[in-house]
Ligand binder design. Structure first.
Ligand SMILES: [Zn+2]
Length: 199
């Protein structure tokens, strides 16, 4: 009789790694692109409506749709993650995809929260990441209109901060404690986690 135990969640891990292999076909992974670690370029506001930029926005929107179709997950992609090092992201909300261009944070909450995140460029590492509970920021939409975000949804505010970090060459791994990193394997993991207040 064997006297050792096999690791847990072996079936779920196959799905997780198969998904990572599929989405890694169009999402750059850390180490594959120097741009992931560099600040991306501002987009000239008078060019937002140009064919060239509209095609870039459409491409990243399609990448997010494809990611969600393959995995059922995925909240945001920033240009640099798919080879376009310019300051814009596409964010998923149940109602629509939001494009934020050249965002500038104008206000942040006093309190911060810790919550485990996965970055599409470092998939499937779960990184408990401390971020502001909410931020306010201005940005341009894909028509070139100035908009202001002041919503308080915890997940969306986290996704925005995660994506804006990408525009500055920062990945959640840089903010987390490596001793707390987890390789995704437990299919129930996200059903148990809660936002944790941090000092
Ligand atoms: Zn990311």
């Amino acid at each position: 009789m064997k006297s050792w135990k096999l690791p847990l969640f072996r079936k779920h891990k196959i799905t997780v790694f198969e998904n990572a292999a599929k989405t890694g076909q169009f999402i750059y992974q850390i180490g594959e692109s120097d741009d992931l670690r560099k600040p991306s370029k501002e987009i000239p506001v008078n060019k937002i409506r140009s064919k060239d930029y509209q095609a870039k926005f459409r491409y990243v929107k399609n990448c997010l749709k494809k990611y969600r179709k393959l995995t059922g997950l995925g909240r945001g992609i920033t240009g640099v993650q798919v080879g376009i090092p310019e300051r814009f992201s596409v964010i998923y909300t149940p109602e629509k995809l939001i494009i934020i261009i050249n965002p500038k944070i104008t206000k942040t909450s006093k309190g911060k929260l810790k919550y485990p995140e996965i970055c599409m460029s470092a998939n499937p590492i779960i990184v408990p990441t401390i971020r502001f509970a909410w931020i306010e920021f201005e940005y341009f939409d894909e028509q070139g209109n100035l908009q202001y975000w002041e919503g308080k949804d915890k997940i969306l505010n986290r996704v925005f901060q995660h994506e804006i970090d990408h525009m500055d060459g920062i990945i959640n791994l840089d903010k987390g404690n490596p001793k707390e990193f987890i390789l995704e394997s437990d299919p129930q993991f996200y059903q148990r986690v809660k936002f944790q207040k941090t000092p």
